[in-house]
Design a protein around this ligand. Structure first.
Ligand SMILES: O=C(O)CC1=CCC(=O)O1
Length: 253
């Protein structure tokens, strides 16, 4: 299983894990600040996305978490800071529960450990397998960003929409199946990594109540809600988001 990844910088490793329908490109605003602060950034394409392999689905969250453990093994990294957004955050929650020795800190952002909407996720999987990614890509941009941000950044919004449109349909569908029915709530209290949870005040896809559940369940987790941020708050509120991540990973140096 090839997991496409890119590394930058030197120092303690920070792994960045993307949302469904995106690639490692979504972390563009975070790479330079992390490198400038002395971290080695490892960003990767979740299986079924970008340039990673697209094995036939369905995938499970254990498959996605296992890919991260293998990636760390390949890079000979014993343990890393892990930052995941949305599907990436679900992967991070699984890692915190099942591979604690590999995780120094966790940032679980714009995410959920029990997304619900099972019919919606299985329906999306069916739709993209039957019709391709076009309609989903058109809808994704409106879930990822507020209207104001799209109006102010039309070219970037179009570029990010294209990222979803070019996601392999089988990969997207199989990740929908990893999300559908997911419930990592019961073992939240077993997570021992220092954890930062970030949600967006305008995130209709995974509202901040989902982040609150995670923060309530993980011992001593910090919870922040970013204003003027829909689902891809790492872009829409890049400065504030990156600042919180830096504060979190630097706190455990
Ligand atoms: O529907 C979307 O694109 C929002 C989303 C929910 C889980 C995820 O990874 O993305």
């Amino acid at each position: 299983m090839k997991v496409h990844h890119e590394t930058a910088g030197d120092g303690d490793v920070v792994v960045l894990s993307n949302s469904i329908g995106s690639t490692l490109r979504m972390w563009e605003p975070q790479v330079k600040p992390l490198v400038d602060n002395g971290f080695r950034v490892v960003r990767y394409d979740t299986r079924g996305h970008g340039k990673s392999d697209v094995p036939p689905g369905p995938y499970s969250i254990a498959d996605l978490g296992g890919d991260v453990v293998e990636l760390l093994d390949t890079l000979a990294v014993e343990s890393a800071h892990f930052v995941g957004l949305s599907l990436g955050g679900m992967t991070g929650a699984w890692l915190g529960q099942h591979a604690p020795s590999r995780i120094r800190t966790l940032a679980l952002t714009f995410t959920s450990v029990k997304p619900g909407n099972v019919e919606m996720w299985t329906g999306r999987a069916r739709q993209v397998r039957a019709e391709g990614m076009g309609e989903i890509a058109e809808g994704s941009i409106g879930r990822w960003f507020t209207r104001d941000w799209i109006s102010a950044h039309p070219e970037l919004a179009a570029e990010l929409q294209q990222m979803t449109a070019t996601t392999p349909a089988e990969g997207y569908a199989s990740c929908c199946e990893a999300i559908a029915g997911l419930d990592l709530t019961a073992a939240l209290s077993t997570v021992s990594a220092p954890t930062l949870v970030i949600s967006g005040a305008d995130d209709a896809a995974l509202p901040s109540s989902h982040g609150q559940v995670i923060a309530d369940g993980i011992p001593d987790a910090r919870f922040e809600v970013l204003g003027h941020a829909a689902h891809l708050g790492s872009y829409e509120q890049a400065e504030r988001f990156t600042g919180l991540i830096l504060e979190h990973v630097k706190g455990t140096r």
